[in-house]
Design a protein around this ligand. Structure first.
Ligand code: SF4
Ligand code: SF4
Length: 409
């Protein structure tokens, strides 16, 4: 660990807020898996504080315990002292983590739409030629990356949103939809569905296409400098005061962007954070004009951690779904627990990631639902991989896509 500026870093000062009460422990997925004190939030805060104070060194065992954290933020929801665990961990990871060349290269692709789409085209070609299937047999991270990579949609399905989608009916205002990086490649359809919902609710939708990435994944991965640079670019790009809200349909991006003022002390960041909302929260408050068709399906809802814990949004998606006449929604027991996706956690810790997902797949299978809804791209991919592995025959969708498909025409 490089010489810390102990004791005056914000993260170190945050670590002092922990009073070791242990109320967070039972909420921690990695503690549930391992039972180790050093794999729970209290133990990890103690380790990080000891590192800052140079009472211990970063041995491989210490690094392993910190690396095993999902940054799911369940501990933040449970903590009565308001310890901002994710910020302490991001700072510590930035000091400890040696990010390899492949990792740095992959993350650098997220920063530019041109590079990102170039990589997507290459991957699609490789998948079409059967090279991805060969790569899956390789040992280590490349093999896992190839196994985890979802089918890349064709170029026409990756087309960006129209720059402007007009409001339907009475014009109630203007919003901007954050297109982002991974969402714009793998879930461009979800963007179109979200825009349809917003337009049907009476809002004109502007596509916020550049910068491609808000930096959420970089922060998660222990690269806060890049994360803040990208966030500053986003904040600088959104200075139109006529926009009522910046709407996000990716829970991880929304959580990071809404907290922009914590990470950058600029007026632009404060403005960005205060106007960013998850699509579900926006439509719960502004979607009175939405009408849905009768639907008799049984669907299960699973909350993404960065919506449930990061944004403390525990109601809006299910309350919106309750507006579909006849629809039966079952919340999954343990919805507040991470599914194991957690950025690229499923590549770094495939065993722990699978064990966490298995717990949730058991609940899904027992629920009898034919559709699972969850609002974060990484979670959707993780759930789809699990459902496929178990042969459950359950569709996994973003709730905005589900609702858009049930709009009254
Ligand atoms: S962020 Fe999640 S995995 Fe990490 S310590 Fe907190 S509860 Fe545990
Ligand atoms: S709940 Fe908060 S104060 Fe208590 S041990 Fe956990 S992190 Fe520390």
């Amino acid at each position: 660990m490089s010489a810390p500026a102990f004791p005056d870093t914000a993260a170190y000062l945050q670590s002092l807020d922990c009073v070791h009460c242990g109320l967070c422990i039972e909420h921690c997925p990695t503690y549930r898996l391992t039972g180790r004190e050093t794999a729970n939030p209290r133990g990890r805060v103690s380790l990080m504080r000891a590192l800052y104070e140079r009472r211990i060194t970063a041995t491989p065992a210490v690094e392993r315990e910190l690396d095993l954290c999902l940054v799911c933020r369940a501990c933040e929801s449970a903590c009565p002292s308001g310890v901002r665990f994710a910020e302490i961990l991001a700072d510590t990871r930035a000091r400890l983590r040696r990010r390899g060349a492949l990792r740095r290269w992959l993350f650098s692709r997220l920063e530019s739409r041109r590079r990102l789409h170039g990589l997507a085209s290459l991957l699609r070609l490789a998948q079409g030629l059967g090279l991805a299937a060969l790569a899956r047999r390789l040992p280590g991270r490349i093999g896992r990356l190839a196994a985890y990579a979802p089918p890349i949609p064709p170029r026409r399905a990756r087309r960006p949103l129209p720059a402007r989608t007009p409001a339907q009916g009475e014009h109630r205002g203007r919003v901007a939809l954050l297109e982002g990086c991974v969402m714009s490649i793998l879930f461009a359809e979800t963007h179109r569905d979200t825009a349809r919902l917003l337009a049907a609710a009476g809002y004109e939708v502007l596509a916020l296409r550049e910068p491609a990435c808000c930096g959420a994944l970089h922060e998660h991965d222990g690269d806060p400098a890049t994360a803040r640079r990208l966030l500053a670019q986003l904040a600088a790009a959104v200075d139109d005061p006529g926009i009522l809200a910046f709407v996000s349909n990716s829970a991880g991006c929304g959580a990071w962007t809404r907290e922009a003022a914590r990470h950058l002390s600029t007026e632009a960041a404060e403005d960005l954070g205060s106007r960013t909302l998850d699509w579900s929260r926006f439509l719960l408050g502004h979607g009175g004009a939405l009408r849905f068709r009768q639907e008799s399906a049984l669907v299960a809802y699973d909350a993404p951690c960065h919506l449930h814990h990061g944004q403390r949004e525990t109601r809006a998606p299910e309350e919106l779904l309750a507006r579909v006449p006849g629809l039966r929604v079952v919340p999954l027991p343990g919805t507040e627990l991470c599914c194991g996706a957690a950025g690229v956690y499923n590549l770094d810790h495939p065993e722990e990631s699978s064990r966490l997902l298995d717990l949730k797949l058991d609940e899904l299978a027992a629920s009898g639902a034919g559709i699972l809804l969850t609002g974060n791209p990484g979670c959707i991919l993780q759930w789809r991989a699990g459902v496929r592995r178990r042969g459950l025959g359950i569709s996994v969708l973003h709730p905005a896509s589900f609702l858009a498909s049930r709009l009254e025409s």
